[in-house]
Design a protein around this ligand. Structure first.
Ligand code: PLP
Length: 432
């Protein structure tokens, strides 16, 4: 196994993904291609669902954050796995709807939902809208009235936590485009307003405090602040929130340097803390939701590229260029996110060639990794970047008019195309 159960080295010395030879997959489906293990995603969904119902109770559940990986087939899988889902745009809603996903199971997020977004969400019958601020709340109330609906909502609250220091800094994160802060009094004001409106039904609160979190510290701090807020709103406004959503953020092991994480154990530890806090505060345990995105899909994916030019600049560095790059994975360019890279054609050989992995865009910042070591590559080798299931395909672009890669899923050892490769015609077809 390399990092995660889907990745290994086969007898041929090639990388395998869910037991399939990566070089053969590349030959069959072309490169670049994003390969995703359907089985792995389903396992993660089942693990999270079980962990929530066993530790928090029946109404508590994971909500898959579709921003991590979004296309029709994924929503079909989420529907089959009975996962709730979080969408952040009308495009994601449209995708879920087209897949036949039950729209009442959706939580619709966004710091700037347009009137059109809100009308569309109501038309599709979205279960809950996570309202970000006062103006959205007022517009939604009007739209719901016109639609003759009482729309269920959560309010997005900013608890004021700095996930980087893992400290409860009460002003941390208040300076955010998302949500209403507790410390400024905005959170209380929006609760009071929501309770006066006739066309929305306030069902609870939502917060999101960070990403790549490998333990429960930040979630526990957020829960502590949010549960105190629930108690205050119960005492001051006679509203005891039945739902508390603690957002996404569980971490994923991208490289050997990242820690291992037992998600179910973390949910259990958090549930113990949350139950104790509720007891101390004299609160009923609300239904607890969390919104894992990355941790559901990241480790299910790998991207296969073909090696093109190998350029050794003596005294400087070696560049290995592949036939994809920031257009299918912008995360290194955006955040210098680290990945594990292998020469999939020679995965069993010593990784002794130090290099920078470069994309093909006309942009010197178009890199996928720096300072990595892979088995000495030559033109035509298949290069794999592991753990690309999250925030790769969903962040892909057509910069330089490069078509987006296909998503090839593997189910029970059988690969199939879940999203076909984009063509030049697809791209040009939008031009008048
Ligand atoms: C509101 C909200 N929920 C869930 C997520 C998913 O987080 P992750 O993919 O880190 O689990 C995000 C990510 O930005 C988010 O903003």
């Amino acid at each position: 196994m390399i990092l995660h159960p889907s990745f290994d080295i086969g007898n041929s010395g090639h990388l395998t993904i869910d037991g399939l030879d990566a070089v053969e997959l590349a030959e069959r489906f072309g490169t670049p291609a994003i390969i995703i293990s359907e089985n792995r995603i389903r396992e993660m969904c089942r693990m999270y669902r079980r962990a929530f119902s066993e530790n928090f109770g029946k109404g508590s559940a994971p909500v898959y954050a579709g921003k991590a990986l979004c296309f029709k087939r994924l929503y079909e899988i989420m529907a089959e796995e009975e996962m709730l889902a979080d969408c952040v745009s009308s495009g994601e809603l449209a995708t879920a709807f087209a897949a036949g996903y039950p729209m009442e199971n959706i939580f619709f997020h966004g710091n700037n939902k347009t009137d059109t977004d809100l009308e569309y969400a109501l038309k599709l019958g979205v279960g809950h809208i996570v309202v970000d601020g006062v103006d959205e709340l007022l517009v939604l109330d009007e739209i719901a009235e016109r639609a003759e609906k009482k729309q269920k909502i959560l309010l997005r609250i900013t608890p004021g936590i700095d996930p980087h220091t893992h400290k409860k800094i009460i002003t941390g994160n208040v300076d955010s485009k998302f949500g209403s802060a507790i410390v400024t009094g905005d959170a209380e004001r929006i609760v009071r307003l929501a309770l006066t409106l006739e066309n929305v039904e306030l069902c609870g609160f939502h917060c999101h405090v960070g990403s790549q979190l490998f333990d429960i510290d930040t979630f526990r701090d957020a829960a502590d602040i949010m549960l105190r807020f629930i108690r205050d709103m119960r005492d001051d406004c006679s509203f005891e929130a039945p739902v508390l959503n603690l957002g996404g953020g569980f971490g994923v092991r991208y490289t050997e340097d990242d820690p291992e994480i037992d998600y179910a154990e973390n949910v259990r530890l958090l549930a113990d803390e949350v139950k104790k806090m509720c007891q101390d505060l004299g609160l009923k345990l609300p239904d607890i939701h969390m919104e894992p995105g990355r941790s559901v899909v990241a480790a299910a994916g790998a991207t296969l590229y073909t090696c093109g030019s190998v350029k050794e600049i003596e005294g400087f560095r070696n560049y290995v260029s592949v036939d994809g790059g920031m257009t299918d994975n912008p995360r290194y360019t955006l955040y210098q996110s680290k990945y594990t890279v292998l020469n999939a054609s020679h995965a069993g050989e010593e990784a002794d060639f130090e290099c920078t992995l470069a994309g093909r865009c006309c942009e010197s910042g178009d890199l996928l990794a720096e300072g990595i070591k892979i088995a000495t590559p030559e033109r035509g080798d298949i290069i794999a970047v592991l753990v690309t299931g999250a925030y790769n395909y969903s962040m892909a672009s057509n910069y330089n008019r490069i078509p987006r890669p296909p998503v090839v899923m593997i189910k029970d050892g059988e690969p199939y195309v879940a999203v076909r490769r984009e063509t030049f015609e697809d791209i040009i077809s939008l031009d008048n």
